[in-house]
Every structure is written in C-alpha cells, then in structure tokens.
Design a protein around this ligand. Structure first.
Ligand SMILES: Cc1cc2nc3c(=O)[nH]c(=O)nc-3n(C[C@H](O)[C@H](O)[C@H](O)COP(=O)(O)OP(=O)(O)OC[C@H]3O[C@@H](n4cnc5c(N)ncnc54)[C@H](O)[C@@H]3O)c2cc1C
Ligand code: FES
Length: 281
C-alpha cells in the first residue's frame, strides 16, 4: 500500500493491497464503519480517501474517517448504495478487502493554525471531517474558537452520536446538532444545518470554514457563510464525484477544469465557484 502523503502517482498506486477487516460497526440503517488493519504503518492527512476494492466486483472511493495520528488502523464509514458498497457492508471481521491510497488533497488543518475553525457537516459528510476534529482537539492550543455545526435528517440518522455527545461536554469546543424533522420526543434543534450559521459564533476575519455534505447543503452553507462576511478563500469544500482510477489518468472525475481525484476532493471555494453549480460533467 503506498501509504504516502502526496507525490506523483506510480504503477504501484493502482494495485490494491489485501488487508483484513478488524472491526465492523453498524452506525445506523445502511451505514457501516469498517476498521482495517494495514500491513504496515498507514499515514494520511484529513480529507484524503482510499479506493476500496471488492475482489471481482469493483472499487469505490471512500474517505478516511479515523484519527490521522493512528497509523495502525484504517477507518472508513460508508453508506451501502450500490453493488460494491453493499458488498462491502456485508463484510465481517477477518474478511479481506483491497485498499489503495491514500489519495487526494487535504483540509487546511495546518494553514488554519492560529485561526478559528468552523466545521459544517451534513449527513455522512461528517465522516471526512471527523479526522479534522480529532486533529484540532489533539492540538487544541494551536487553534482559536472551534465550532462544529452538524445536521442530519432525523435523530436516528445522527452519525457518531456518542462522540458528538462527548465533544459537546468539553468546554473548549462549540457543537450544535440539528435535524430536518423530528417527533415530539426530540428536544434539540430542528431545521437545516445552513440555518445554524446565522447565529453561530463566527468572526469572519479570523475563521476558516470546512464544509462537507450533499451538494445542495454545501451551496446553501456557502451562501450563509458569505452572508456572515467570510471571504471565499476562507471556505473549503469536499466534492464527491464518480471516480475510477483516482490518480488523474482516466478523466472520469473531471469537474470543469479540475480532476476531483487529483486536485481535490478538498477545494478552496474560490477555485470552484465558477462551475460549482454544474452537475456531473
Ligand atoms: C472522494 C470521495 C470520497 C467518498 N467518501 C465516501 C464516504 O466516506 N462514505 C460513503 O458512503 N461514500 C463516499 N463516497 C461515495 C462513494 O464512492 C459512492 O457511494 C460509491 O462509489 C458507490 O458505489 P457503488 O458501486 O456501491 O454504487 P453505484 O452502483 O455506483 O451507485 C448505485 C446508486 O447509488 C447512487 N449513489 C452513488 N453514490 C451515492 C452517494 N454517495 N449517495 C447517494 N447515492 C449514491 C448512484 O447514483 C446509483 O443510483 C465518496 C466518493 C468520493 C469521490
Ligand atoms: S478518477 Fe480517473 S482522473 Fe480522476
């Protein structure tokens, strides 16, 4: 497994390495977190993804969602939507899966040191942002205010619920969760996540925003952040587009002038703005 951070792709990068599943956790209906044991130390930076290969079936791009400081575990959270992801969701402890990666750009965790950090996630979009939260909380003294705004469809769809509750108990991080719809026994916020931005403690001149979720949610989130005064070069998004090679060869993930696999998936918004509204090309 390449296990490298950046650099030019080589033939080695397209050969999956078989690894064992060490743990399977059902997060909610259709959503599973897999822990894999790499054959050697596996390093990544928050925002990167792996290609997971089900032997004889195909490959899917899945973000790394574990702690970047841990090199002995690879963690992925995924929704079973099609043939490959459904087959992965059926894996059990000690089964094998092919892995190649890590690939792609990272969230600006180092460049944000000294700034306030606002993390805005919708649904499974919390998975690629969880490594940022781990990193920022491990190095808490390097950052200003840390704000996490998370939205799920309903209370049963809240990802990493126990961790969100644990983070919320800390006094040095501001966590707000909202759901689109809820029954009378939900006492929390109801409404879409971009609506939280108007009343979030954001100082636009000292804040870096990192956003991941469905594209419609990201669109409204960017509008709300800009209304709060954030300039576009302080807003970062992660784009999930269909991928095949993941190393900039096939053109499958082309998005305007960029290849999401090679230039992304994390982009500064001003570099995407002119073609952000265009669906898959
Ligand atoms: C950089 C990157 C990171 C990603 N990270 C994650 C991750 O951490 N977790 C995760 O669950 N997924 C993630 N995805 C999406 C994931 O790659 C796709 O869901 C996967 O490729 C589906 O493959 P499949 O063969 O199972 O389904 P396909 O046969 O490709 O799709 C089956 C059906 O599901 C629809 N579909 C495909 N993807 C999605 C989706 N994401 N949501 C809803 N419907 C979909 C298709 O349009 C199709 O109708 C990521 C994608 C990219 C590019
Ligand atoms: S997936 Fe092949 S160029 Fe991006």
């Amino acid at each position: 497994m390449p296990g490298k951070k950046g650099g030019a792709p080589s033939a080695h990068d397209v050969v999956p390495t078989p690894v064992r599943v060490s743990r399977v956790r059902r997060e909610m209906a259709g959503v599973t977190t897999l822990e894999l044991t790499p054959v050697s130390a596996f390093g990544f930076v928050p925002g990167q993804f792996n290609m997971l290969y089900m032997f004889g079936l195909g490959e899917v791009a899945i973000s790394l969602s574990g702690d970047p400081a841990e090199e002995s575990r690879i963690v992925h959270t995924m929704r079973a939507v099609g043939a490959v992801s459904q087959a992965i969701a059926r894996l059990r402890r000690n089964d094998a899966i092919g892995v190649r990666g890590p690939y792609g750009s990272s969230w600006p965790v180092l460049d944000s040191e000294g700034s306030d950090v606002v993390i805005v996630a919708g649904g499974l979009g919390l998975a690629p942002l969880r490594p940022v939260i781990y990193h920022v909380l491990t190095h808490r003294e390097r950052y200003g205010k840390v704000v996490v705004l998370y939205g799920a469809r309903g209370p049963a769809d809240i990802l990493y619920r126990r961790e969100l509750e644990a983070w919320r108990r800390r006094l040095d991080v501001d966590i707000t969760v909202t759901v689109d719809h809820a029954a009378a026994d939900w006492w929390g916020n109801v409404g879409v996540v971009p609506a939280l931005i108007a009343r979030a403690p954001i100082d636009p001149d000292h804040t870096v925003a990192m956003v991941c979720g469905p594209e419609i949610m990201m669109r409204f989130t960017v509008d709300a952040l800009r209304e709060r005064g954030l300039v576009t070069d302080r807003i970062f998004l992660s784009m999930e587009r269909n991928m095949k090679c993941a190393i900039g060869f096939c053109g499958h993930c082309q998005f305007g002038p960029v290849f999401v696999c090679r230039d992304g998936p994390v982009f500064r918004f001003d570099r995407l703005a002119s073609f952000f509204n265009i669906r898959e090309l």
